[in-house]
Design a protein around this ligand. Sequence first.
Ligand code: ATP
Ligand code: MG
Length: 354
Amino acid sequence: MRILSFSCRNFRNLEELSVSDFDEMNVICGENAQGKTNMLEGLWLFTGMKSFRGAKDSEYVFFGREKSDLKLSFVSGGIKNDAGLEITARRQAALNGKKLKAVSELAGKFNAAVFSPSDSEIVGGGPSLRRKFIDSAIGQIYPAYISLIKNYTRAVTQRNSIIKDYKNDGSLSVMLDVFENEIASGAQKIIKFRRRYIEKIKNFLPDIYGGISSGKERLDAEYILSYEGDNLADVLKQTRIRDMYTGSTSAGPHRDDIEFKINGIPARSFGSQGQKRSVALALKLCEAEIIKNVSGEYPVFLLDDVMSELDPERQSYILNHIKGIQAFITCCDPSNIQNLKQGKIINIKNGQVV
Ligand SMILES: Nc1ncnc2c1ncn2[C@@H]1O[C@H](COP(=O)(O)OP(=O)(O)OP(=O)(O)O)[C@@H](O)[C@H]1O
Ligand SMILES: [Mg+2]
């Protein structure tokens, strides 16, 4: 996947912006609040997904204007594509001159992976963020996994809704059996997918994390089950009395976790800021490798403010060793890109390229 040109009008503070002749590595430079992240966001919206900043459609339009227009030319599978987005209170997309019924139809046509500073939370935050990361990474390559998760979540919700009443009504036991068997069979499949994905990640980690840390650190990933034993249905039967009081289901993939260890030490509790950021970035790079293995092509990489908190060696790895992947990196501090050997620098000031 490679972007050839991007232009937009009245998109956030980018009143009129047009950039072409992109390189493999593209650095978007400028002071705070000039429009760097806005440009990345503009590129990202062509994936057909919601913004990585959680914005509403109406927030994209330049204050006081009627609509935003964005255009993107990109090459995918050797073929040039022209996509357009028109944003008012909602988004409308067109691809190669044809209006699409829904923006989500752009998904899979233009692929991008985005990294923003909050992604370090995948390493330092609660387990739900790690589950969200792995589930969305798996869902991107195996859409069937998304319905697997949906069905599983529904079965857990159903169990939760009756477990409280089990206190007063023992006859609910039969229904609990049904839901618990459903939970257990879904869990088995979900855990298999997740473990397989972690194995895939682990294939790439020595190269990628070794590269980021200049061979000084070794990163390991392990899937942590929320229960002991092989049979989740049996486990759930045993936890009924406890769950009855909380109205929740205390074991299953919705409570599992992933542990990352740097040189054998848990990164969540002991990792430094820069290490957490490096791990999160390594995971995104692994994700890109896995997408490439499945689809034959790397996604475009959008890296927001990744340079701060990283030492010059780590910065240099990002700038010079992400090979074969087109990347767009925002950066406020010119000294962070002194080590850039080859690439395009786009300077943005007050929403304009200067
Ligand atoms: N709909 C909008 N219309 C006009 N301006 C907007 C709109 N939405 C956001 N902005 C402005 O865009 C400016 C630049 O935002 P952006 O997040 O791109 O900055 P940045 O260059 O990434 O800065 P930083 O280095 O601090 O991350 C902000 O000051 C914001 O007020
Ligand atoms: Mg920014």
